[in-house]
Design a protein around this ligand. Structure first.
Ligand code: ASP
Length: 462
């Protein structure tokens, strides 16, 4: 477990010599212990949030998240412009784009089918004693209702067409500043495409500029990653303490707790089947690589996704792991991953279906085949537009509920456990993107993928 140099042997407790993913795992364990300790030392959420320890943890966690977030815009813009500049002129470009979109569509479809099957079979929202959710119960969740209102605004069923509008931002700087990655992606792809068609003298300067910017952003990512064990420990401690105290003091849940628990189990089981059975099968039989080796390589990104619940904030780490640890070429990774972090959200699409059907079950509403088919379609579409930030899928679930005539107030019930499920679905989102990068790389003939000693195709080419 220790990583000793040739000359020196370090003892096992020399944590700073451990590989990054072991350090991060240690951070998670310590963070969980601190979080549970903190939760048991206070009575109420207010007391917890007032404590100096909680404030310190929140500060460290936020500094780590900010460190990652500040890299999103330069990384997305530079990686896509460089990737598009490199592949935009080659004849195989349309094929690679097509393969990527096909992979996203197929895997998201498999995910929602797993989710919809399990939620129908397990039926977590159907109670044995005939409990049906009423307005009286949902009214008790006024704080959660207010949070949802704030997040969702006055979105309506037809608003999923917004996805198309977001692709063409009226102001690139505003899109970047507001985290509207879809707009930034389209603009970057266009810039890269036309960069490849500039006169040689201008093209070389632009390529060097964007390539240099990309390298700098990756170096800063590595610097931020060195603090990941501490940042992730603080994030886990803060989130756990916050959620344990809130749930423990929540008397409103007495009647619902069993169903909420089954809902969480259904979601986690469905996510598990997708991530640990379907994806490995695709890696093994479509890409011909070892799923375990890729999982090991992706551990820092997966745990970052788990603790931040944000695909966008995790993107710098995903790019770094896929390129340096799984050895996918920069050309493929920098095209597939920024796109995937925004439009390919298997975990989110799956969750949207499970959540919408669970809420319908709570209300005693029986959704037929046609409605469920509609939910699958809307979940696939909205997961493309959902931002890679915590709890972003709530907006999509509101859209689905409104479209099939289920009261959206029921969403407040799942908000109570949303954070932990968000952590799980974001990890699956990231894992799905990284598997996509490997599958596409392999289909592009990249033999070095997941071969530790193989020459790096990017440096070999220059
Ligand atoms: N938190 C998720 C992500 O960033 C989005 C969601 O499902 O809420 O990928």
């Amino acid at each position: 477990m220790t990583e000793a140099t040739a000359e020196t042997t370090y003892p096992i407790w020399a944590v700073w010599r451990w590989k990054l993913h072991w350090q991060i795992l240690l951070g998670i364990v310590l963070g969980a212990l601190v979080g549970l300790g903190l939760a048991s030392s206070v009575e109420t959420s207010a007391e917890l949030k007032d404590s100096a320890s909680f404030k310190t943890l929140a500060l460290i966690a936020q500094m780590f998240i900010n460190g990652l977030k500040m890299l999103i815009v330069p990384l997305v813009a530079a990686s896509l412009i460089v990737a598009m500049g490199g592949i935009g002129k080659r004849p195989g470009f349309a094929r690679m784009g097509g393969e990527t979109l096909l992979y996203y569509l197929c895997t998201s479809l498999i995910a929602v089918l797993i989710g919809i099957t399990l939620v129908n079979v397990i039926a977590p929202g159907v109670s044995d004693d005939g409990f049906v959710l009423t307005q009286e119960t949902t009214d008790q969740f006024s704080n959660e209702q207010a949070t949802i209102k704030k997040k969702v605004g006055d979105k309506e069923g037809s608003d999923f067409f917004d996805v198309f509008l977001k692709m063409i931002p009226s102001n690139i700087v505003a899109a970047a500043a507001n985290g509207q990655l879809l707009g930034l992606i389209v603009v970057s792809l266009l810039f890269g495409y036309f960069m490849a068609r500039l006169n040689d003298d201008k093209r070389v300067v632009m390529e060097q500029f964007w390539g240099g910017l990309y390298d700098i952003a990756i170096s800063v990512t590595n610097l931020v990653l060195a603090f990941a064990p501490i940042g992730i420990a603080a994030l886990i401690a803060k989130t756990l303490a916050d959620n344990v105290v809130a749930l423990g003091a929540d008397g409103r849940l007495d009647q619902l707790i069993g169903m909420i628990f089954m809902f969480a189990v259904t979601t986690i089981l469905a996510l598990g089947i997708h991530a640990l059975i379907v994806m490995p099968l695709i890696l093994k039989f479509v890409a011909g690589v070892s799923p375990i080796a890729h999982l090991k390589a992706m551990m820092p990104a997966i745990v970052t996704a788990f603790s931040t619940a944000s695909s966008a904030a995790t993107l710098p780490v995903t790019l770094d792991c896929v390129e340096t640890r799984s050895r996918v070429s920069n050309r493929t990774a920098s095209f597939v991953l920024p796109l995937g972090a925004t439009v390919n959200m298997d975990g989110t699409a799956l969750f949207e279906c499970v959540a919408a059907l669970f809420i319908a079950q709570l209300y005693g509403i029986d959704l037929g085949m046609a409605d469920q088919f509609f939910i699958i379609m809307v979940a696939l579409l909205t997961s493309v537009g959902v931002a890679g930030v915590p709890s972003a899928s709530l907006v999509a679930i509101v859209i689905i509920l409104q479209a099939v005539g289920v009261p959206m107030e029921g969403l407040a019930i799942i908000l109570v456990v949303d954070r932990i499920l968000d952590m799980c679905r974001t990890s699956v989102n990231i894992w799905g993107d990284s598997c996509g990068a490997v599958v596409i790389a392999k289909s592009e003939g990249e033999d070095q993928v997941l071969v530790p000693q193989a020459p790096n195709p990017d440096t070999a080419a220059t």
